[in-house]
Write a protein that binds this ligand. Sequence first.
Ligand code: BGC
Ligand code: CA
Length: 345
Amino acid sequence: MRVKKILAAGLVLCLSLQLLCACGRTQKVLTNKVHVGVTYYDQSDTFLGELLASFKEQLNACESGDLETAVMIRDAGGSQKTQNDQVKELIDAGCNVLCVNMVDRSDPSDIIDLAREHDVPIIFFNREPVAEDMMQWDKLYYVGADARQSGVMQGELAADLIKQNSQIDRNKDGKIQYVVLEGEPGHQDAIIRTETAVEALRNNGIKLEKLGYQIANWNRAQAQNRMEQMISQYQNQIELVLANNDDMALGAIDAYKKLNYTDATLPVFFGIDGTDVGLEAVADSLLSGTVYNDKEGQAGAMVKLAVALVTGYGMDQIEFKNERYIYLSYFKVDKDNVGELYEDK
Ligand code: BGC
Ligand code: CA
């Protein structure tokens, strides 16, 4: 299996960094040693594992005669206290820029204080601190994506398929009975994805009936468990499963598999992310669609920003929203275009 996009993203980044070095010679170099300290909320997260693999690859790829890079990565194991300690350790170890994926995105003050004391800029990613916290210091940045956009795209993918395929309304009542698997409460992506997906389905003329929802914290095994509960409650009534990410959509599919459901009695499933396993499931027609969360683009933006913050080169070439934010666009993936991103070996 190969994910085609990664290489392309890396190449673009290297080219732009070479250009940047070539044309900025008269500028003062702060230092050419970029030592990045990364800490992320939990190593069991599929999407973040892939994002960080791409980050390492792209950071490494921009090493050149002039530029030295190093990275230290820490897993906070779901504990904010552990993450605060890790930030201290990373700064003590000499990291001159931090990439932080908060455990509790509402609680970044300790980390910001530590970084400010040592004048080490922070690039938050994927778990967005609230706007007031981002104003605590001027060396705070955020790289991520717009949750609304992913929800709308998921809803549109589902609406298109429902219009094309009258079999999805299995009981022929003119409505689609659906359930939702939701990510962590309090995460900027969870509730917004659900709300906007449902809104987009309605805006596209689909009549809906919500049967239930469960929180499964982005996690495949939890989603399987919660889905088994919903199947025992609603039996064959469920026609559509909307999941806030691919891992939870796959957990829902696991639940049906375990209960030996046959294809004709399965609902349709939609995820978000386009992780390797997610794309594979789309290619295998298990998952009807997903929305690509551009991890290579996000990782590339983090590398570019980290290098610019440390070296003093290239800040003017980065496009920010509200001076501190970089949001990468999502895009839709279904069986028609999945081959562009994914191929079987
Ligand atoms: C992704 C999820 C991931 C979560 C972690 C979301 O943007 O879609 O797959 O678990 O971020 O913070
Ligand atoms: Ca129906």
